[in-house]
Design a binder for this molecule. Structure first.
Ligand SMILES: [Zn+2]
Length: 272
């Protein structure tokens, strides 16, 4: 599932679209769209003036309307060059935006947990994103302390809660907690200011490192140009249950927490 680094890599690889005018929109599955699912509602005739990301969501901002894309589990936005029409046989392509250059952006999502929101303008985007916590890449310790202090959730669940902070999913949550030496079952409000500061610093570091590596490809993730991410090679705990901890060699534990696999080292990570 794409998390913040993967969505950021998609955003960066789509930067060619800024300044382009959307000449047509093909809507194959209107049910993936929330809001005005007409071509005009999906930016036909508009010039794209920006690509913004908050947490795991991406927004194409035009002079008038804004389109927000949630990639969900298997969603991708792909760049398709003029003349490459192979996507037409692909039944998982739900939307296509054609630009003045002739290149297209397609939204492909086999499992359809993702979706597209057609919004009137950028102020509607602020409302859409108000439900999310601060972006995990830039959240400050000062923002994180009261948010973790207000919840009785285990820290791992709080990190995954997009209302607490936006962008972290299972991979980067377990990686950050291992590097911070914090047990995933620790009660969030038991972390003191120094723990939160350390955790925020490590989260920023890991997310930036993952963006530089092009994100994590487990199965099918690529950026919009089809480039896979190389960060999976640097995972210290994710997907390594039962294998030795890279710090202390203790076999890593793998438990289910809120239905999700949670790998940690019982020796390096302290229960708070
Ligand atoms: Zn260890």
């Amino acid at each position: 599932m794409p998390e913040l680094p993967e969505v950021e890599c998609v955003r960066r690889s789509l930067s060619w679209v800024i300044g382009e005018r959307i000449t047509s929109v093909d809507i194959r599955r209107p049910d993936v769209v929330t809001g005005d699912c007409s071509p005009n509602g999906l930016l036909r005739g508009q010039c794209v003036v920006g690509l913004r990301r908050h947490g795991k969501q991406l927004a194409l901002v035009s002079e008038k309307g804004t389109v927000v894309v949630h990639l969900g589990m298997t969603g991708t936005l792909l760049t398709v060059q003029h003349g490459h029409e192979g996507w037409q046989q692909d039944r998982h392509v739900h939307l296509r935006w054609r630009t003045g250059k002739g290149a297209c952006v397609i939204f492909r999502d086999p499992r359809r947990f993702g979706g597209v929101w057609a919004l009137k303008d950028e102020s509607a985007l602020s409302d859409h994103w108000r439900l999310l916590g601060p972006d995990a890449l830039t959240i400050t310790t000062g923002q994180l302390i009261p948010r973790l202090g207000a919840t009785r959730q285990p820290i791992k669940s709080a990190l995954l809660d997009q209302r607490v902070l936006a962008g972290v999913g299972n991979i980067y949550a377990v990686e950050a907690l291992h590097r911070a030496g914090i047990h995933p079952m620790s009660v969030s409000r038991h972390l003191d200011a120094r723990d939160v500061q350390r955790l925020a610093r490590i989260l920023h570091h890991i997310l930036r490192e993952a963006i530089r590596a092009g994100g994590t490809t487990l199965r099918d993730y690529t950026d919009s140009l089809g480039v896979k991410g190389g960060y999976a090679l640097r995972h210290r705990v994710y997907g390594r249950g039962g294998l030795p901890c890279k710090k202390c060699k203790t076999p890593l534990a793998d438990i289910r927490l809120a239905g999700r696999s949670t790998v940690y080292c019982g020796s390096c990570q302290v229960l708070l």
